[in-house]
Design a protein. Structure first.
Length: 228
C-alpha cells in the first residue's frame, strides 16, 4: 500500500522472482532468471551468468487484488536468464528479455486462458534487462553491459540508442564480454566499476512519469537519472 507502506507476501517462488507485470485480468506474469535455491541463492544466479544455462522461465499466477492462486504455472521454459518482462497496450503480446542470449523474445498472449504461444525473436540487443513501453507502444530496453537504453520502433522493429553512458573503459569491457560470450568463457569477472564508468552502477531499468514526459533511468548504483 503506497499510503500506509503495508506489505503482504502473496506468493513465495522457490527459485526466485526477477521481474513481473500484471495483465487486465489480474494475472501476474513473472520471470525466473535461474533456479536459485534457498541454499545457494545468488551463487546459482551468478553461475547462470558466468556460464549461460537454460534455467530461466516465465510463470503466471492467476488472481485479483491481494489474492492469487498458487503455485505458479510455468508458461515458457528453457530460457537463458529470463529478465525483464512487459505486455503491450492491446495485451496481444508478452515480451521477455533473455539476457544471456542477447535477445528479446515475443509471445502471443492470451489473457483469458491464460497462455503463451508462437514464440519469436523480436529484436537482438546486447544483454537486455528491464523493459518498458512508451506512450506510443515502442519497447524500451535497458542494457547493463553496454551502459545504454535502447528503443525498438513498433512499426519496423528498428533499434535506436536513446541513452548512452559509454566510456573508453566500458567499451573495452563490452568488446571483451562479446568475445567471451561467443567463445563460452567466464563472464562475471568483467562486471566491475570500470564497466559502468562514469555512472555509479550498471544501467538495469527505466520507468516513466504518468504523463510519459519524463524518463527515469535506474541501475545498480545509488542514483536515479532523470530526463525530460
Amino acid at each position: 500500500d503506497t499510503k500506509t507502506e503495508e506489505t503482504k507476501m502473496i506468493y513465495d517462488h522457490p527459485f526466485g522472482v526477477n521481474s513481473l507485470v500484471r495483465d487486465s485480468k489480474g494475472t501476474i506474469w513473472f520471470t525466473q532468471s535461474a533456479k536459485n535455491t534457498e541454499e545457494k541463492a545468488a551463487e546459482e544466479m551468478w553461475s547462470a551468468v558466468n556460464q549461460p544455462a537454460a534455467s530461466g522461465a516465465v510463470f503466471y499466477l492467476r488472481g485479483s487484488g491481494n489474492e492469487v492462486q498458487s503455485p505458479a504455472v510455468e508458461a515458457a521454459a528453457n530460457l537463458y536468464f529470463a529478465n525483464g518482462i512487459a505486455i503491450d497496450k492491446a495485451e496481444k503480446y508478452l515480451y521477455v528479455a533473455e539476457t544471456m542470449m542477447d535477445r528479446i523474445l515475443r509471445f502471443e498472449l492470451n489473457v483469458n486462458q491464460p497462455a503463451l504461444a508462437r514464440r519469436e525473436t523480436y529484436q537482438y540487443v546486447i544483454t537486455p534487462d528491464n523493459l518498458a513501453f512508451d506512450k506510443d507502444d515502442n519497447l524500451w530496453i535497458a542494457s547493463p553491459i553496454s551502459n545504454k537504453v535502447f528503443a525498438v520502433d513498433r512499426r519496423c522493429r528498428s533499434l535506436h540508442t536513446v541513452f548512452s553512458a559509454a566510456s573508453e573503459s566500458s567499451a573495452k569491457i563490452l568488446d571483451e564480454w562479446t568475445k567471451r560470450s561467443r567463445l563460452g568463457k567466464p563472464l562475471v569477472e568483467l562486471i566491475t566499476p570500470a564497466l559502468w564508468n562514469p555512472l555509479p552502477g550498471a544501467v538495469t531499468g527505466m520507468f516513466w512519469s504518468r504523463d510519459h514526459k519524463t524518463l527515469y533511468v535506474t541501475g545498480l548504483g545509488n542514483a536515479v537519472l532523470k530526463y525530460e
